[in-house]
Design a protein around this ligand. Structure first.
Ligand SMILES: NC(=O)c1ccc[n+]([C@@H]2O[C@H](COP(=O)([O-])OP(=O)(O)OC[C@H]3O[C@@H](n4cnc5c(N)ncnc54)[C@H](O)[C@@H]3O)[C@@H](O)[C@H]2O)c1
Ligand SMILES: [Zn+2]
Length: 366
């Protein structure tokens, strides 16, 4: 078992990573302490696989438990389903002393987190992420939110959980494509913050793909530690601090691909694998990395994506003008230049704020 503390003063909390953690969830939350009233929010796919057993365990420990499952899918990360959760909580009677446990991927975590942040002006929240992406990214850092018809993640709050409980064994039922997509974020952490971890991944990527529990535990713990450190320095993505921005490596182009490709064409992790590839090329084009070192980083990153079964090429039929438009519409863009996070060397990145259309076009065309 590995415990990582997210250093946020009075909002500090622990992330527990352990293969088999869910089997003794109640024990792992004993010190919170876990109250008598627990509302478990999940979705209709993950509920029967994982949340139901958790509810039984909570009931067996003498707690009063509400189980509420939204339908599966990003479209239900919505105001409507926040409202439906409120209805269920109101009818059941979750008081301020209760806790919400979110069991699922990033969609459930963001939605249930949003409910916890607002129900009675905030009730305690425990995150139980069940996708690799949620384990290494969305469950850590306190961003909660829902989509608006005009844009993703437009509404929400920074709201830190009281605990995150991560059980890598949950990944056994995850569709393999979702696992691979999560590995894109894992590889990202190596490039942005830890060259040794990147080298370690080069040696262990196959073990991760075959769900070796010890390998996954180590990967998840390292990624959570890196994210915890970053969030500890810059909890609210403050522009003046800028630290949290490094987590957006690969995301400028990645988000544009997601926004312009047809629905379901690219999973988030797949889009950012392509986005990281473009960003590494851009670092060479824009002269941020010396060409020899840049080529080496690009080759190693590309090779690792390929071994993880991730794409590195733009879709053949992509429309550059639409992509550029999506990049400049992104809430992190300013004027006609686009912000990028570019690698300096393995384990270190920096923000580049004045990347031009021609530079991006060149990097994509490579
Ligand atoms: N809050 C943040 O900081 C943050 C960061 C990154 C992404 N996000 C958000 O996360 C969401 C994406 O999350 P995701 O990639 O986890 O997708 P997801 O939550 O949609 O999960 C992917 C699929 O896997 C299923 N699933 C989840 N766990 C499973 C398991 N153990 N076994 C079988 N099936 C399982 C889900 O029901 C779903 O069908 C997006 O909405 C994104 O905006 C938030
Ligand atoms: Zn991401």
């Amino acid at each position: 078992m590995t415990t990582i503390t997210v250093p946020l003063g009075e909002r500090a909390y622990d992330i527990v990573v352990e293969a088999g953690a869910l089997r003794h969830f109640v024990e792992l939350c004993a010190d919170l302490p876990l109250p008598v009233e627990v509302a478990v929010l999940s979705n209709q796919s993950v509920g029967p696989l994982l949340a139901d057993a958790l509810c039984e365990q909570l009931q067996a420990s003498g707690r009063r438990v509400l189980s509420f499952n939204a339908p599966d899918g990003e479209v239900h990360k919505s105001l409507e389903w926040v409202g439906r959760a409120y209805d269920a909580l109101a009818e059941w009677g979750l008081t301020r002393g209760g806790v919400i446990v979110a069991v699922g991927g990033g969609v459930v975590g963001d939605w249930a987190g949003c409910v916890a942040a607002t129900w009675m002006r905030g009730v305690r929240l425990v995150q139980v992420p069940t996708t690799l992406l949620a384990m290494v990214d969305s469950s850590v850092g306190g961003k909660t939110g829902i989509n608006h018809p005009r844009a993703k993640n437009l509404v929400g709050a920074f709201y830190q959980p009281s605990r995150v409980v991560i059980d890598p064994l949950c990944l056994q039922t995850l569709p393999p494509r979702e696992l691979r997509a999560g590995l894109a974020e894992v590889i990202k952490y190596g490039v942005i913050a830890d060259a040794d971890f990147f080298v370690w991944l080069e040696e262990h990527i196959e073990a991760a793909l075959r769900l070796d529990a010890e390998t996954l535990e180590r990967i998840i713990a390292r990624c959570c530690q890196i994210k915890a450190d970053v969030v500890g320095e810059d909890e609210r993505e403050d522009d003046a601090i800028g630290r949290r921005a490094i987590l957006n490596y690969g995301h400028t182009v990645g988000h544009a691909i997601e926004a312009t490709a047809g629905y379901g064409e690219f999973l988030h992790g797949e889009a950012i694998a392509v986005g990281m590839t473009v960003a590494a090329r851009l670092a060479i084009v824009a002269g941020v990395m010396e060409s020899g070192a840049g080529r080496d980083l690009l080759a190693r990153q590309t090779r690792l994506f390929e071994r993880a079964g991730l794409p590195t090429q733009m879709p053949a039929d992509h429309d550059f003008d639409r992509l550029w438009q999506a990049m400049t519409l992104d809430k992190k863009a300013r004027g006609n230049k686009v912000n990028f996070v570019l690698p300096l060397r393995l384990g270190e990145v920096r923000r580049a704020e004045n990347i031009t259309m021609d530079e991006v076009r060149l990097a994509i065309a490579e």
